[in-house]
Design a protein around this ligand. Sequence first.
Ligand code: FAD
Ligand code: NAD
Length: 158
Amino acid sequence: MDDRLFRNAMGKFATGVTVITTEHDKQEHGMTANAFMSVSLEPKLVVISIGEKARCLPKIKESGIFGVNILAEDQQDYSMVFAGQKKDEVVEVTFERLAGVPVLQGAIAQISCDVVSEYVEGDHTLFIGKVRDIKLDDSKEPLLFYAGKYRSLETITV
Ligand code: FAD
Ligand code: NAD
């Protein structure tokens, strides 16, 4: 099957946008990802899917921790920076800590996790994370991704 057909079909599934954060040798690292899902309520588990070529893959494996940062609509710059799409521009990035895990300032949800399992499937690795802590910011709307483009929620007033 053609790769473009597969990507176009998967792109019909509208998602939010996250930056997965971790650290290695005391240095924070981030990567944009929309392959994120809630898995279990008891215990509280989430899953992320990381491509085999991503530089953050060995860093998550070694550190055993990751943060999921659900981006706000004013954070498209962060999404592009952490997808390697703004290499010629300097965008200031501010990390914070949540229960010892690096997270991004200004995200609408920060979720800090311990890796409890990993599964290599095709060209990606699925990491199951057990949630350590959560911090929410209800004052902003989410950034969305649909059909390969960034979007935002429209406010509907009836
Ligand atoms: P790197 O090249 O190591 O890092 C990416 C960029 O982040 C680099 O430009 C780097 O300078 C910057 N960066 C990293 N750490 C810092 C820091 N501390 N301070 C400042 N800048 C920093 N790929 C997946 O595997 N799974 C997904 O679910 C997924 N979803 C995506 C969703 C969207 C909307 C987009 C646009 C891309 C998605 N990707 C996904 C692709 C992925 O984001 C890119 O392939 C990514 O660049 C590869 O990650 P890396 O760790 O190799 O990146
Ligand atoms: P796109 O049209 O490539 O992506 C549409 C959808 O296809 C994505 O939301 C995702 O569900 C799926 N997809 C894309 N690449 C994939 C991959 N390598 N493995 C598994 N699923 C994939 O959107 P775009 O704006 O061209 O994406 C920008 C870049 O980010 C591309 O290089 C793309 O490959 C990458 N990306 C990777 C993933 C992923 O690895 N899960 C997800 C989204 C985007």
